[in-house]
Design a protein around this ligand. Structure first.
Ligand SMILES: Cc1cc2nc3c(=O)[nH]c(=O)nc-3n(C[C@H](O)[C@H](O)[C@H](O)COP(=O)(O)O)c2cc1C
Length: 339
């Protein structure tokens, strides 16, 4: 269950409840919001190894962080062991607390050169890459996998052993196959199987953790050492605090619509101070949707935000809106939202 503090290699983390890497989502403004609620660790979006070693400025920007975001992890994605060595050095030099290898990204563009979940079809390569990363840095090296490529080739437990031999400090497993994408529920039996296969490397469970009760069920079902919250952080950055309080037996904090309004405003301000106006407007549409979609009565506000053509207009809309007219919807489910 909950561990405070939690040890990963020599790194002492505030807890074993982590916020996931989310490409296109867990950017600096997003992480500013989640880090407020004191997760054990937050991750930047994955970055491509090849782009990092050629010092692509856009890739470096994905790794922007501020001092108050520690502990923070970076995640690299690629399939070449030698380049992984170089990339790991760069990540360590940038001051990250931990580096993770992505073996879960299902996108064709990524898997076609054997990266992301493509590596699940080549477990020995995972071992080679991790060995190079461990050799390159003194910060903990971890790996994030899916259960397997498809139902016929479930090999998460085998990869646990390979990762452990290569010196990885932890392994996160998302209980879906690559073929599954996001269809159907995550199968937590795979998390349990990884836990059984590990002799002492911590196993972090992931998949369909949208509330504190689900986290408690996954801990009990699998005996995992920590959990990674992914889509559950979108539009509810406070989820980590809710989970911790639940697991510690503390009273639940009732979040009101006015609390939501304030957090949404803070997130929007964080976006506007980081992005130029055009990008900020696009980001605010996406982020506004996460926060407002689970509320009944907020559809019109969402549409207005989507149509706004300036930042001033967005903030005027939020200011003029009668927040008393909306409420959290019981049946709103992040799990069924499409990303
Ligand atoms: C929009 C989006 C972006 C993601 N980006 C990454 C990523 O960069 N690296 C990674 O390892 N996983 C990524 N994932 C996978 C999540 O970290 C997580 O493993 C997956 O969503 C399952 O957890 P959940 O069911 O709690 O959402 C992404 C998922 C989504 C929905």
């Amino acid at each position: 269950m909950i561990r405070k503090p939690f040890l990963l290699g020599d790194l002492e983390l505030p807890s074993n409840i982590f916020c996931a890497p989310l490409a296109g989502c867990s950017d600096l403004p997003f992480r500013k919001m989640t880090s407020r609620y004191k997760p054990g660790m937050i991750y930047c979006e994955m970055v491509k190894i090849d782009a990092l070693v050629r010092h692509d400025p856009h890739t470096y920007r994905l790794l922007d962080y501020t001092r108050d975001m520690h502990p923070i992890g970076a995640q690299i994605c690629g399939s070449k062991p030698k380049l992984a060595f170089e990339a790991a050095r760069i990540i360590e030099d940038l001051g990250f607390d931990l580096i993770d290898l992505n073996c879960g990204c299902p996108v064709d563009k990524v898997t076609k050169d054997g990266s992301g979940s493509g590596l699940l079809q080549n477990p020995e390569r995972i071992g080679e890459i991790l060995t190079e990363m461990v050799r390159a840095v003194s910060i903990p090296v971890t790996v994030k996998i899916r259960a397997g490529w498809d139902d016929e080739s479930i090999n998460a437990a085998e990869i646990v052993k390979i990762a452990e031999s290569a010196g990885a400090s932890a392994l996160t497993v998302h209980g879906r196959t690559r073929e599954q994408g996001y269809k159907g529920p995550a199968n937590w039996d795979h998390v349990a199987a990884c836990k059984r296969a590990s002799s002492k490397m911590p196993i972090i469970g992931n998949g369909d953790l949208f509330d504190a009760e689900a986290v408690e069920r996954l801990f009990s079902h699998s005996g995992c050492d920590g959990v990674l919250i992914a889509r559950g952080t979108m539009g509810q950055p406070w989820i980590v605090e809710d989970i911790e309080r639940h697991l510690l037996g503390l009273p639940k904090i009732e979040r009101t619509i006015l609390d939501l309004r304030q957090v949404l405003l803070d997130h929007f301000h964080s976006i506007t101070s980081y992005q130029a106006e055009r990008q900020a407007l696009l980001d605010m549409r996406r982020v506004g949707c996460w926060y407002l979609k689970p509320c009944s009565g907020a559809k019109q506000l969402r549409m207005q935000i989507n149509q706004a053509s300036s930042l001033d207009e967005v903030f005027s809309l939020l200011d003029a809106f009668d927040w008393g007219t909306i409420r959290f919807s019981q049946d709103a489910s992040f799990a069924s939202a499409s990303f």
